[in-house]
Design a protein around this ligand. Structure first.
Ligand code: PLP
Length: 374
């Protein structure tokens, strides 16, 4: 089978082409190219979609988790607890804020932060006396929401800020609540390949906290006060372009339909593969946004090679846990310190996943994967 893309952004564009052209043209005609009316419209749509009071759009998913750290004044001497099995941006935001990441292991089946290890790392950090525990930055990896009931209870008990890195889970559901509403503050990404992507970089922060929303809006424009040229804090240039907002509004109108299509692909993969390989964990009451469909196998190299020969692209998210990456070595416990994260980095492999994958192609990919595993 040739020509199956890992993520097919062109098929989506073909579906939405006239609406997107019109939306872009409207922004060009309007003339407000940054934080214009298209941005205000998108922000109210995002807030409604997530069921929160505020959506603050911003320049990227990275800034969407960095800005809440700035807003909470997390900085030098502070510890932020973060899973090691994630994309670098999660841990990077902590270092950019001047704080220290404390790496936590994940669960082998859900890939979410392990609450038992998290509890242990918090008490070890307190006992160590060098860093002040300040925040937990948990990730909904591959689109599946983490254990937010457990995380909210733990954060409250420990007096820690809780931030959700929802870059991969926009559209995911946790017991009837949408991703973006599961922690006091959440950051998501609109990078093109994420479940909801724009045609450039973009992100959004969602929260019910009025005071926090005001601070985040100030941070987004260089720490401006009530007057634009009064500087009340140090911020960043964290704004979203109006053209990207207009594109996102169009894409949001078909997003639920796309989520259903992703679920259908995942279901086909599950049916074909669950008796031959470790397929993604399903949790009652939770819906994944299916940013990735990730299996685990000890035969990964061989399976990947066979699928490649058959014209089926696969990806490895992620080959190395953060605590073993060069810039983070001083913050982690080295090789062997987070055994689950280290083991799954050797086993994970993601199959093509996007809403425009036909049932036939999904079945063929699953069958080829089955053969490659045999
Ligand atoms: C993509 C991603 C980010 C960063 O988003 P950008 O928009 O690329 O800056 C952060 N965290 C996770 C888990 C991601 O997958």
């Amino acid at each position: 089978m040739s020509g199956v893309p890992f993520v097919d952004l062109k098929a989506q564009y073909a579906r939405l082409k006239p609406q997107i052209a019109e939306a872009i043209q409207d922004v060009l005609d309007d003339g407000r190219y940054i934080l214009g009316p298209a941005v205000a419209k998108l922000e109210s749509e995002l807030a409604e979609y997530c069921g929160v009071a505020h959506a603050i759009s911003c320049s990227s998913g990275t800034d969407a988790i960095f800005m809440p750290l700035l807003a909470y004044e997390v900085g030098p001497g502070d510890a932020v607890f973060v899973p090691s099995f994630t994309f670098t941006a999660t841990a990077e935001a902590i270092l950019l804020a001047g704080a220290s990441p404390v790496f936590v292991d994940v669960e082998a089946d859900s890939f979410s932060i392990d609450l038992a290890d998290l509890t242990k790392k918090i008490s070890e950090t307190r006992a160590g006396g060098k860093l002040t525990p300040k925040a937990i930055l948990a990730v909904d990896l591959f689109g599946l929401p983490a254990d937010w009931n457990g995380l909210n209870a733990l954060a409250e008990r420990e007096g820690l800020h809780l931030i959700s890195d929802a870059a991969q889970s926009f559209g995911g559901v946790y017991h009837n609540s949408a991703s973006g509403s599961l922690a006091p503050v959440s950051g998501t990404s609109f990078f093109p390949a994420k479940p909801l992507g724009c045609y450039g970089d973009g992100g959004a922060i969602t929260t019910d906290d009025d005071g926090l929303a005001e601070v985040l809006k100030s941070i987004r424009v260089h720490g401006a006060g009530a007057d634009r040229y009064e500087v009340v804090r140090i911020g960043i240039n964290g704004r979203l372009d109006s053209i990207q907002a207009a594109i996102l509004s169009v894409k949001l109108s078909v997003f639920d339909d796309e989520l259903e299509a992703r679920e259908r692909v995942a279901q086909i993969y599950d049916d074909e593969l669950k008796d031959v390989v470790a397929t993604p964990k399903r949790i009652e009451g939770l819906k994944s946004a299916w940013a990735q469909y990730t299996i685990k196998t000890e035969k990964r190299a061989a399976v990947q090679e066979k699928l490649g020969t058959a014209g089926i692209p696969t990806m490895i998210y992620y080959p190395k846990p953060m605590h073993l990456q060069a810039p983070y070595l001083p913050y982690g416990g080295g090789e062997g310190s987070l055994p689950v994260s280290e083991a799954i980095c050797r086993q994970v492999m993601s199959l093509p996943m996007h809403p425009y994958l036909s049932d036939d192609d999904a079945r063929r990919i699953a069958a080829a994967t089955r053969d490659a595993l045999a």
